[in-house]
Design a protein around this ligand. Sequence first.
Ligand code: FAD
Ligand code: SF4
Ligand code: SF4
Length: 587
Amino acid sequence: MAGRGKGIATMGTVFETTLRYRSWRPHTENKTGAQRYERPVYDYTSKTSPCREGCPTGHDIALALLLIARGRPELAYRVFREESPFPAITGRVCYHPCEAPCNREQYDHPLSIARLERYAAEHAGDEAPAAGIAHDTRVAVVGSGPAGLACAYHLRRLGYPVTVYEASSQPGGALRHGIPAYRLPRPVLDLEIARLEAQGVSFRCGVRIGESMSFGRLREDYGAVFLGVGLSRPRRLPVPGADRQGILSGLELLRQVNQGAGLRLGRRVLVIGGGDVAVDVARVARRLGAAEVVMCAVEGASELPAHPDEVAAASQEGVRVEAGWAPLEVLAQDGALGVAMARVTGVQRDRSGAVTFQVDPADVRQLAAETVIYAIGQELERESLPEGLPAGARVAVGEWGDTALPGVFAGGDAGGTYNVVQALGAGKRAAIGIDLYLQRRTQADLAGRIGVGARGALSFSSYLALIAGRPEPTRAHVVAFPEINLDYFRPAARVANPEADVATRLAGFAEVAAPLDGRAAQGEARRCFTCGFCSMCGNCFTYCPDAAIAQRADWGFEIDLDYCKGCGVCVQECPRSAMTMIPEEES
Ligand SMILES: Cc1cc2nc3c(=O)[nH]c(=O)nc-3n(C[C@H](O)[C@H](O)[C@H](O)COP(=O)(O)OP(=O)(O)OC[C@H]3O[C@@H](n4cnc5c(N)ncnc54)[C@H](O)[C@@H]3O)c2cc1C
Ligand code: SF4
Ligand code: SF4
């Protein structure tokens, strides 16, 4: 049976039982007769919520939301920080894959998890002290995007001295040079990075590895190297005339704007691309004063790769989306540019994200613009990789971020992720991989032991517990909607996400999404079913007809098996599936 092992309850001797069933009392004899053939167990330590499974960095959302609901956002922040360094950032820019699988979706509306994460970060309490240095071996991280910074953060928690090398003059990667300030204000990013520095991560900015310093030197000086170099090169527009003046890449534009450059784009701007970067470029162009911004994508309106919320926000801000058109050629036209566009008849996207499409050559139109900006994907910069490291469109990485070169690990977009939270998860995975490598630890079934659910998310706190000799149960059971006792939950609308009005937005780069106030945040958090976790509501205790349930000193309850008849009322009345009935013969 999963999790069976140390400390199995034997008659009256051991209090802690199996790893999986953390709480029942020792018993000497069954004083209620021999009718019991099933017994209740609190098995929430082996369960997880579907939102947590859906979060690529494995945040313990049920616990964090419970703490917010109880008015302790500063503790919720700490819960988020157990699994990733940047709740203030993911609370703003994460595309929240945790929300779609939320069980509440099948009842009324999913929880607004990202907004609550941001709320927790806005109420962060005192900082945890810097982790001590536990190892002599130093680790180098190349690239300071979310993958590199997550890797550095978790390695520091493991006690390694870590230095982050960054080619740009400031750390942050695409968080700084890509994502515009109206979605991620720079003071927020600066504060999160300052926290990493306070925890002992060293930064060397303005150092491009492979140029200012060789990879060979890095590998000699450090016990392990993590490559989080991202996809820094824009994919070029493959049409005649693409090198004309007035055409630039979206990454270039965003980098300049994010460095404070005041650019003049003219009245009409044409953005080529249908992804999130294209949407950001279009929204930035509106803020730079372009009156007419048109975004052309080869995909159809319902298949745009950009997140629907972002497309909707761009539309509100006056961006026109022309879906299903592909550029054929860029021409000079009366002091401006003219782009010949053809109607797209079919689109295919391969696993690397590369798009191929077919057009109808008879259905062509021309769009005029002073500036044309293309945002059609990004590529690896081969110069940012050590010699001898095989790489196609991405660097090939193993389960723990390991590459073909011993001691060299990689992750984030360079290794196959597509967004911030995936990059954070990849950085964490590689930090564990580096620890396994440096400490020569065995990897057998590790992903199963520290995984949350079946989608690849890992729990770093479970890893810390494991290497400290306190292994936790595997969290393979993802609590499904039918396991929730709906009698205890009233329908309630999802919190409205407040936003700045369009005129305020277009006047500059002020943050669009407004914070939740305490009342709204607590109200929203109270909607959470707390799937698969004991919230200490006490229903089991209240309903037990034999008073066989007692409250534990730390958290949760325990069952006195001397008196439990196995009626199952406690399990039936648990609102959130924190308990299960198991056959009497199982221990
Ligand atoms: C405009 C834009 C908007 C986005 N919006 C969102 C969003 O809203 N939500 C979301 O989830 N994702 C978003 N993304 C995607 C997300 O930012 C990336 O998936 C994520 O940043 C990837 O993280 P990373 O650490 O792998 O790489 P990056 O963030 O790209 O960081 C790589 C870093 O490595 C540095 N580097 C490269 N080579 C070297 C070298 N040789 N030596 C030293 N340093 C080097 C680079 O300068 C860079 O700082 C957006 C991306 C862009 C471009
Ligand atoms: S990081 Fe993203 S996926 Fe994870 S809990 Fe936050 S919003 Fe959800
Ligand atoms: S109800 Fe709460 S715990 Fe359950 S899936 Fe939704 S956010 Fe997660």
